[in-house]
Design a protein around this ligand. Structure first.
Ligand SMILES: C[S@@+](CC[C@H](N)C(=O)[O-])C[C@H]1O[C@@H](n2cnc3c(N)ncnc32)[C@H](O)[C@@H]1O
Length: 295
């Protein structure tokens, strides 16, 4: 893979998917100001810095912000790292005296840092507390699963996980309550779906994704983030959104992103992105002719 950030060390914890595609779509000119709305382990931010951008990055996860301080120090004043939700990105920028930017990028989903740490409770492959909160505040997955009624759980599994057997799984979850560990939940789902041991695809995948999306209000956040992006993008600014492979993860407001961001409705490069990573750009904006920047 091409190293897009030769001057900045790679972060061995995270090799971000779709980074090359997103950076190419952004067509960053040196000196431009770009927002990385989902900092994570900073893979996209590093590539933006390497392309000559000044970067304002945000993440709702306090761990991502704490661990990103080393990159802030390396970036020599070119990186501002903000703890907050991207649904409020216009307010977060305004509070820092920034009212317009040249590009905004959203890399939607869970980071490998979050997934890999048992204590965060995102993974069905590790046993940990049933948490799943990106921001580390609010209701945990265990609290919600232990109080929600069966129909509500089934709806979430179906809507956000494409789980066709959502009712069966919800019934099993309710029967097994109280749940407190990811391992317990994974076992309940596997039993409910009669998962043969050693079968390639773990049936807990869809339900874990759905519960995570629900706990973090991810679709509402994306809607708010896209609306906020519209308010701060300059004319000619670019918007990039990288999403997961599932239909449920790609849900969002495509007419919005095409119409309001005034982007050419670029076709996703299905073959290219499938071949290298199980994710794709859901909305890519062709670079627009850039009018002269006022400042
Ligand atoms: C897929 S990871 C991003 C990885 C990143 N592109 C990189 O190169 O390391 C998604 C990140 O977005 C953050 N996130 C998700 N929803 C958010 C929101 N509404 N506001 C701010 N950050 C959010 C998560 O905490 C996570 O760190």
């Amino acid at each position: 893979m091409t190293d897009l950030s030769p001057d900045l060390p790679r972060d061995p914890r995270h090799d971000p998917v779709l980074r090359e595609e997103v950076i190419a779509a952004l067509a960053i000119a040196p000196g431009e100001r770009h927002v990385d709305a989902t900092f994570g382990a900073g893979g996209y931010t590093r590539a933006m810095l390497a392309a000559g951008a000044e970067v304002i990055a945000c993440d709702r996860d306090p761990d991502a912000i704490a661990e990103g301080q080393a990159l802030v120090a390396e970036a020599d004043g070119k990186l501002m790292l903000i703890h907050g939700r991207f649904g409020e990105i216009d307010r977060l920028l305004a509070e820092r005296g920034i009212d317009a930017v040249d590009g905004i990028t959203f890399d939607i989903g869970v980071s490998s840092m979050q997934l890999d740490r048992d204590a965060r409770g995102f993974s069905f492959q590790k046993d940990g507390p049933l948490d799943m909160r990106m921001a580390q505040e609010g209701e945990t997955a265990a609290e919600w699963l232990n109080r929600a009624d069966e129909a509500e759980i089934a709806d979430v599994l179906y809507q956000y996980g494409d789980e066709r057997q959502s009712r069966r799984v919800a019934r099993a979850i309710v029967a097994a309550r109280p749940l407190s560990r990811t391992g317990e939940l994974a076992t309940v789902i596997r039993k409910a779906l009669r998962h043969p041991p050693g079968a390639p695809k773990d049936p807990a995948t869809k339900s874990f994704q759905a519960i995570r999306i629900h706990i973090n209000g991810e679709l509402d956040e994306l809607m708010e983030g896209l609306a906020a992006a519209e308010r701060v993008l300059r004319p000619g600014g670019r918007l990039a959104v990288a999403t997961g492979p599932r239909r449920s993860e790609r849900r969002g407001p495509p007419p919005f992103s095409r119409r309001r961001a005034r982007c050419a409705p670029a076709r996703p490069k299905r073959r290219a992105t499938r071949a290298r990573a199980p994710r794709r750009c859901a909305a890519r904006c062709a670079p627009q002719p850039r009018p002269g920047r006022p400042n």
